[in-house]
Design a protein around this ligand. Structure first.
Ligand code: DQA
Length: 170
């Protein structure tokens, strides 16, 4: 596989916005989210990432959109996944986890790729330590959903799909 080609699965490369019915959403998850369920349940809840994935994919089916799902613990892996969205996703739901607060590389990838995205967090980052109050990504996002636990993903997906559909209808 050539470098940069489908590093994390996802959709086959086709032109963006080929028809009003085709909406492809990619969900990207950053470091330590693979430990959800056992990791600080008082902050993040008891749902595992696999359970959140299943609920999000079911939500996507109900909305009539295609959805891919990725998790990586590595900054470069997240950058590769964002670069891989070009031509393959109409929009993304991104929980960059700790990289939200630190990663200029993730921000640069989003600036380069320009895929519309919604930033999601399980916890309310503004109700936590000061280091978490800054997001390197939020000003690039369509919107940010946080503080609703696993429900943040469902709410973010609904908002993203509504945004993409209204944009398409114009
Ligand atoms: C998180 C919030 C981040 O501050 C933290 O580093 C995470 C998870 C959330 O979903 O609440 O790993 O993105």
């Amino acid at each position: 596989m050539p470098p940069g080609e489908r590093p994390h699965g996802g959709f086959p490369r086709v032109a963006q916005n080929v028809g009003p019915a085709v909406v492809r959403i990619a969900v990207l998850n950053g470091p330590n989210l693979n430990l959800l369920g056992e990791r600080e349940p008082e902050v993040y809840g008891r749902a595992t990432l696999a359970e959140i994935e299943a609920a999000t994919l079911a939500g996507a089916r109900a909305l009539g959109v295609e959805c891919s799902w990725t998790q990586t613990n590595h900054e470069g892996g997240l950058v590769d996944a964002i670069q891989g969205l070009r031509g393959r996703a109409d929009g993304a739901l991104i929980n960059a986890a700790a990289f939200t607060h630190t990663s200029l590389a993730v921000r640069d990838a989003l600036l380069a790729v320009r895929v519309p995205f919604v930033e999601v967090h399980l916890s309310n980052i503004f109700a936590r330590e000061a280091e978490r109050h800054r997001s390197m990504l939020a000003d690039l996002a369509i919107g940010v959903v946080m503080g609703f636990g696993a429900e943040s993903y469902r709410l973010g997906l609904e908002g993203l799909v509504a945004h993409l559909r209204s944009r398409h209808a114009r």
